[in-house]
Design a protein around this ligand. Structure first.
Ligand code: NAD
Length: 308
């Protein structure tokens, strides 16, 4: 990226729930080129923001000093970055000295492999996954967890700054992605614990809405009790914008890290299994807050039904 980073050209791949509001925040600061598998989405973004859209990853690479990927998982990032057997990925267009910033929640081992595979092309990889959800993406208040070579990470800062309230440099390649998976394990377990407590409390005669007030004033509070239960679950809105499939993927990555290291992590393994079951029951596209339906299904009662 040039020294005058504010004038840098940025490519953005993946304009979904997170990517669209993130690219929206970058558009005023950078010369943007966008791409999404849903070409109509990329075209509407481009028309709305007066930026370029293309269907060819190599064109995004050629038009950018830094390319951001915000895709479902690391396999998607790898496919877009390296292209197929005939080539044609981002790397076919990216100049030596440019950088790929993977802001997706990818698996760290795959990230390290991709960094190695990009190296011969002179393209650096920085992992910079985020937390804070769609609301954080809209507000530019995401927590960003960054891994990569220190010089490369510093070069990326001007591109990351409009997106996040806090940028945490975790260490070498893949460490941002490891941190993100472990964060989402805590988030997934916290949401599951809140659902379970609500179902049990409801059955014993406690009012779920009052339970949330008490939890939030007490030591049982977590991100789910504070930001998901009243907002998305009790009203059965189920519209957080983060899917069961993505949560299952993230907890699976975290459990895979523990297993790869031969560590005993029973709550992590159980949380992974629970979210897999949720994915099987609800479908990967269901909102993660609909996970409460698992307990409802197991117990044959909807939350709010009260004592028998
Ligand atoms: P999403 O499914 O809403 O968006 C993904 C986008 O990528 C879609 O627009 C899709 O068309 C596009 N896409 C998929 N494959 C593609 C390909 N090969 N080439 C080009 N475009 C492709 O997902 P999201 O919720 O925006 O999540 C994106 C990433 O961010 C995931 O890794 C997720 O785990 C992570 N994340 C999501 C949230 C959230 O609250 N939604 C929060 C933090 C992190």
């Amino acid at each position: 990226m040039p020294e005058a980073a504010a004038s840098a050209r940025v490519g953005f791949v993946g304009l979904g729930n997170m990517g669209w509001p993130m690219a929206h925040l970058l558009a005023p600061h950078f010369e943007l080129t966008v791409l999404d598998a849903r070409t109509d989405v990329a075209e509407s973004f481009a028309a709305e923001h007066g930026v370029a859209a293309t269907t060819d990853p190599a064109e995004v690479g050629a038009a950018a000093d830094a390319v951001i990927t915000m895709l479902p998982n690391g396999d998607d990032v790898r496919a877009v970055a390296l292209g197929g057997e005939d080539g044609g990925g981002l790397v076919a267009g990216m100049a030596a000295g440019s950088v790929l910033i993977d802001m997706s929640s990818s698996a760290p081992l795959g990230t390290r492999q991709l960094a190695d595979d990009l190296q011969p092309h002179g393209v650096a990889l920085v992992d910079a996954p985020v937390s804070g959800g769609v609301a954080g993406a809209r507000a530019g208040s995401l927590a960003i967890m960054v891994g990569g070579a220190p010089g490369e990470v510093e070069r990326c800062r001007p591109v990351l700054e409009p997106l996040g309230k806090a940028i945490y440099v975790m260490g070498g390649s893949g460490t941002g992605h490891a941190m993100k998976a472990l964060n989402n394990y805590c988030s997934a377990a916290g949401l599951a614990a809140a659902c379970e407590a609500l179902l049990v409390g409801d059955r014993v005669g406690l009012d779920p809405a009052q339970m949330i007030d008490v939890l939030n004033a007490s030591s049982g509070r977590n991100a789910a009790t504070e930001g998901k239960v009243a907002q998305e679950i009790l009203n059965r809105n189920f519209g957080l914008g983060f899917t069961v499939g993505l949560m299952a993927k993230d907890v699976g990555i975290a459990a895979g890290i523990a297993e790869g290291l031969g560590l005993e992590a029973p709550i992590l393994a159980q949380t992974r299994d629970l979210w897999r079951e949720a994915e099987a029951l609800l479908g990967g596209g269901a909102d993660s807050t609909a996970v409460v339906r698992l307990w409802e299904e197991w117990n044959g009662r909807e939350l709010g039904a009260g004592p028998e």
